[in-house]
Design a protein around this ligand. Sequence first.
Ligand code: SF4
Length: 251
Amino acid sequence: MTASLPTHADRLLARSFANPSSVERVVRPDTLAIVEDEVMACRTCQRLVAWREQVAMDKRAAYRDWEYWGRGVPGFGDPHASVLVLGLAPAAHGANRTGRVFTGDRSGDWLFRAMHRAGFANQATSTAADDGLQLTGAWVTAAVKCAPPDNTPLPDERSRCAPFFERELTLLTDLVVVVCLGAFAYEAGCRHLGVRPRPKFGHGVEVPVPQGGLTMLCSFHPSQQNTFTGKLTEAMLDDIFTRAGTLRAQA
Ligand code: SF4
């Protein structure tokens, strides 16, 4: 009988949060699971650790019965992804509450509905880490793994967190497209991928990455500010994932 693979939710529940020792790091090849463990255990940025934990204690009234995650939020999805979806950082009452990136907030509702329509997600909703969401051909992550005050990480926090995203990029060996949700994610992606000078951000803008054959594909962020005002429509987001699928097919 074949045992089923542990899901992201299983791992969130089952892992000890101890950092691997330096000896282990030498003898064990890096894996996405190790990155996930280390993100969940990380307490490097004092300001962000204090903020994420304060938010987890205070809670939003609508979620007062939730036990907030209140830790670093790792990426999740298909280890053989050809499409990576990049945000800037977890939302205070979204991923910082549920423990899964873009899960539990309106931006995630928009994102995963679009990914479902495009065939990258098995369901259109993303409400909790154990809601059964699975991605095929896609990986979703954030450049900074902890929720920041005002959704704005400081430059030194971005720098400290950068190695986690860089390791994801290295370990996701089948990547073809990086979909950048919003200008800040695009800036972070350009920094990590060595795109200089940086072409102007705009919805649908495509930027070839000099090394690795990747294409960065820009999208307006599915924030409420953009979706309420009609700056970003569902059709526009669909166009992004249709294009990502086309780039994947052409690779
Ligand atoms: S932002 Fe990144 S480096 Fe800073 S505490 Fe969170 S996981 Fe660690």
